[in-house]
Design a protein around this ligand. Structure first.
Ligand code: UD1
Length: 368
């Protein structure tokens, strides 16, 4: 590893750089909001939105809410099979990279937009920096796992959120350009939490729920929504839980949960996808979180909400080791038992660094 949490940020700034940043899906808008703000203080950024997420509630709401600069280029790629979607992105991002000739291409996380950015840049011999590098579920059936393995192997700078991520990379032979910087989501969450506490959003009132009086759920991973057996296990569990569940639904699953065989009962409040501040407010006040999302597992931890994860593995193993996250998969009994009996310990040690990660990433980009 080339740097540590404490070692970075001590060097002098070098000259102005041009960075092409690639985002396309909801969690990437959140992470880029923090890094772009820092980047644009001294450097030029060309922000490409691939258009992977295009519904206003999946995209515009984040750009506006997080005060992000608008995308310089929107490829409007939209939905499709993995090959079709990634192929269209590759063509689009390559054109922009050829035109802009950036010093770096900056990619985030593990989506098809991440993969397209990494592939296009490396074929053009433009160095790639990967934020949220080194995460592994060791489940190659997840599209995200394939995307992140390829992205990491093509990256020259790898910004890791955890020791585990650094070790994962080392075990694949990647040690050069690896930096433990902490989790950039914590930068955004810290900012959002202050705002939410100073001026609480109206979402709880609108939904008729009170602090500690409801569970918050999200289910959107293909491994759950596209597998009838897993989906039935989760739906049966939600329907038999005797508490109000607030469930903001990803557009991919809206129809599934509202009608037909997987219809959820009325105590599960199905709502449209919400913006970041509303989500922070909902997580902050939930008695417990049920999710298959990666980001929400950490938000729940940082905000002190016990998390029941509807997956068989997690990239965020530290939250499980700390006793605040439990993996229950899609089994109805395991889910309902965890909801009624899961009790995390009093201690919640600081995980994933202390924040100010965006500044560290920009410093490292400037000094390679
Ligand atoms: C993607 C990421 C996933 C990430 C998630 C965050 C990949 C492979 N997966 O999953 O890692 O956790 O984003 O939300 O990149 N759809 C809409 N409106 C939209 C976007 C999608 O209706 O704005 C529907 C379409 O039917 C589409 C489906 O959702 O086919 C899946 O969208 P896609 O972008 O392929 O993957 P996500 O499930 O959003």
């Amino acid at each position: 590893m080339d740097g540590s949490l404490s070692a970075v940020g001590l060097r002098n700034r070098s000259s102005e750089m041009k960075i092409v940043t690639i985002v396309g899906a909801r969690p990437q808008f959140i992470k880029a909001a923090a890094v772009s703000r820092e980047l644009r203080k001294h450097h030029t950024e060309v922000l490409i939105h691939t258009g992977q997420h295009y519904d206003p509630k999946m995209s515009d709401i984040f750009f506006e809410g997080l005060e992000m600069p608008p995308a310089d280029v929107n490829l409007s790629v939209g939905s499709g099979s993995h090959g079709a979607q990634t192929g269209a992105m590759l063509k689009g991002v390559e054109e922009v990279m050829q035109r802009e000739k950036p010093d770096w291409v900056l990619i985030y996380g593990d989506t098809n937009s991440t993969l397209a950015g990494a592939l296009a840049a490396s074929k053009l011999h433009i160095p790639v920096a990967h934020v949220e590098a080194g995460l592994r579920s060791f489940n190659r059936r997840m599209p995200e796992e394939v995307n992140r393995v390829v992205a990491d192997h093509l990256s020259e700078l790898l910004f890791c959120p955890s020791d585990t991520a650094v070790r994962n990379l080392a075990s694949e032979g990647i040690t050069k350009g690896v930096h433990l910087v902490g989790d950039v989501m914590l930068d955004v969450l810290t900012w959002a939490k202050q705002r939410v506490e100073a001026k609480p959003p109206e979402i709880l009132h609108k939904l008729g729920v009170k602090k500690g009086g409801y569970l918050l759920a999200t289910v959107h991973r293909a491994e759950n929504t596209d597998d009838p057996k897993r989906l039935a296990g989760i739906v049966n569990a939600f329907n038999s839980i005797n508490e109000t569940i607030v469930f903001p639904v990803h557009p991919r699953a809206q129809k599934t949960f509202a009608e037909g065989a997987y219809k959820l009962n009325a105590h599960v409040k199905l709502i449209e996808p919400v913006g970041y501040f509303d989500m922070v407010a909902l997580t902050n006040s939930a008695r417990l979180v049920l999710t298959d999302s990666g980001g929400l597992q950490k938000d729940a931890y940082w905000l002190g909400a016990p998390c029941v994860t509807l997956r068989d593995e997690t990239e965020w193993v530290e939250t499980v080791n700390a006793g605040w996250n439990v993996l229950v998969g899609s089994d109805t009994t395991r889910i309902t038992e965890a909801v009624s009996s899961f009790a995390p310990p009093a201690k919640r040690p600081a995980l994933y660094g202390e924040g100010s990660v965006s500044g560290k990433c920009v410093e490292l980009l400037a000094h390679r």
